[in-house]
Design a protein. Structure first.
Length: 162
């Protein structure tokens, strides 16, 4: 068995975070959301399989970095400054998933807010690849894009009409 980031630093996995696709996706949104300040990065690391990648594909809330391929720790280093200084809540508003055997591809449409009860300040889609291995779910890849005027979210990935 390949070591996972959780194994390397002896992190305790919360079984309720990895028991189902719904649980692991909910855990990601819960961890990155909150008032300005440090997030629970050890908990986040337990969700990702060794070698997992996070791939922003365009302008983000804090960066015009474009396409990047980041490890979990690289993404944490990249996002920490913004999250430490800014209130940020991201919420899934719809999901479309396809499963074949032990793998799932989920398109998770999200809204971001700067107040928990505030109006959306951004929307986009997280493309999340999950793997069921060793009696739990793992995140293998998250690739995402924020919605833009020239790249609106397609109707089939929205729960309602704007």
């Amino acid at each position: 068995m390949t070591d996972t980031p959780a194994d390397k630093v002896k992190l305790k996995v919360r079984p309720e975070d990895v028991e189902s696709p719904d649980a692991i996706i909910k855990a990601v949104y819960d961890i990155i959301s909150g008032p300005a300040g440090e997030r629970n990065w050890p908990r986040l690391r337990t969700l990702y399989i060794e070698g997992a990648r996070l791939i922003p594909t365009g302008k983000r809330m804090h960066d015009d970095g474009g396409f990047q391929v980041l490890s979990v720790d690289e993404w944490i280093a990249d996002a920490s400054g913004f999250l430490n200084e800014n209130d940020f809540w991201e919420k899934e508003i719809m999901r479309h998933s396809d499963q074949f055997g032990n793998m799932i591809q989920a398109f998770s449409t999200y809204e971001a807010r700067d107040r928990e009860d505030g109006q959306p300040i951004a929307r986009g889609i997280n493309s999340i690849q999950l793997l069921y291995k060793d009696k739990r779910w793992w995140i293998v890849t998250v690739m995402w894009a924020n919605e833009k005027d020239d790249n609106p979210i397609p109707r089939e990935f929205l729960p309602y009409l704007w």
